[in-house]
Design a protein around this ligand. Structure first.
Ligand SMILES: NC(=O)c1ccc[n+]([C@@H]2O[C@H](COP(=O)([O-])OP(=O)(O)OC[C@H]3O[C@@H](n4cnc5c(N)ncnc54)[C@H](O)[C@@H]3O)[C@@H](O)[C@H]2O)c1
Length: 308
């Protein structure tokens, strides 16, 4: 008995790395999986050159699971619709959407081209929004005809989006946008029984390999199923599978990180301290003292900024 027996899942960007690991785990838990990947470089170039989606489908089938490949670009709105339809036409429905596809084009803001900024935003933000749009339409309709039906979206954020990272203004903007999108989708889809959460994974993948000093790429199937490596791209996949399961119906609008052996429930942008002007507009000159003493505490000593 798997946690996801009878479910149908779509995993985007599942040809390599973390997405491949998610697809393998969801299939291991009993889901039928549509493995999406356009098969390009880590920068999102040369689409259709590496057949990565087919490799993952082959691995799933070899392990006794059921999967089909989809080679579309998730940021293309029509192809994202085709992706959702592939699940419905091939496996009879859709229960789980894991938006994982991603690229990187890193450079400090003064060296980053507008073209590279746009390309990163397109894949992570539009490439998450479009599959969600098509799946949401399907799930809203299904909720009307099948009361009690449910759905799952797991989006992919990162430490850069949650806390910033030097050289990643495009990537961090995109990954922060994924969080805003997740929180809003959770509100919009609640009445349709659909939960929406975000996971910030980790692992030695093609993406981390672009960073100086990072270790070599590990594909999830390079390691034995029971082998422990702290940077195995598969380490976040059990969390994704659990969020996708019926057990997690009560979990929505949440952000998690999965780093090595830890699952971390993240919370941010909560009101911390506030000062009131007392029913009038502030004078700018008053704010210096009030901010440093009453908001940040003891002349700014409570304020932390770590540029390292
Ligand atoms: N590796 C990490 O430590 C880490 C940390 C935080 C977040 N992430 C996120 O995890 C996700 C997976 O990245 P990864 O590290 O496994 O990298 P990866 O390059 O191994 O995998 C990303 C996959 O997405 C595919 N892809 C890219 N653009 C696509 C598109 N438009 N349509 C369909 N497929 C597309 C690529 O072909 C690739 O197979 C990304 O969203 C990434 O931002 C990774």
């Amino acid at each position: 008995m798997g946690l996801l027996d009878g479910k149908v899942a779509v995993v985007t960007g599942a040809g390599h790395g973390i997405g491949r690991a998610h697809a393998l785990e969801l299939a291991k838990q009993g889901a039928k999986v549509v493995v999406n990947d356009l098969g390009g470089s880590v920068r999102g170039e040369a689409a259709g050159t590496d057949g990565a989606a087919d490799t993952t489908v082959g691995l799933i089938e070899k392990r006794g699971g059921t999967a089909v490949a989809h080679h579309g670009d998730v940021a293309d709105h029509e192809l994202a619709g085709d992706l959702v339809r592939t699940a419905i036409d091939t496996f009879g429905g859709l229960d789980i959407l894991v938006n994982n596809a991603g690229i990187v084009r890193d450079a400090a803001v003064w060296n980053l081209s507008r073209e590279d900024f746009d390309a990163v935003l397109r894949v992570h933000v539009a490439g998450t929004w479009s599959p969600c749009h098509h799946a949401a339409r399907y799930w809203r309709q299904r909720a009307k005809t099948t009361p009690g039906s449910t759905g799952r979206i797991v989006n992919t954020t990162s430490g850069a989006g949650l806390g910033g990272n030097f050289g990643q203004t495009g990537y961090a903007s995109a990954k922060a946008a994924v969080v805003g999108l997740t929180l809003t989708l959770a509100l919009e889809l609640h009445r349709s029984g659909v939960t929406v959460n975000a996971v910030g994974p980790s692992g030695l993948t093609r993406i981390t390999a672009t960073m100086p000093g990072a270790g070599e790429v590990i594909e999830p199937d390079d390691l034995a199923d029971d082998e422990w490596h702290p940077m195995d791209p598969a380490n976040s996949s059990p969390l994704v599978a659990w969020l996708a399961s019926d057990q997690a119906q009560y979990v929505t609008g949440q952000v998690f990180r999965s780093i090595e052996d830890r699952v971390i429930w993240m919370q941010g942008w909560r009101e911390r301290t506030a000062v009131s002007a007392g029913g009038r507009r502030w004078e700018a000159a008053e704010l210096g003292d009030r901010m440093s003493i009453d908001v940040f505490g003891t002349r700014g000593a409570g304020l932390r900024f770590d540029p390292a």
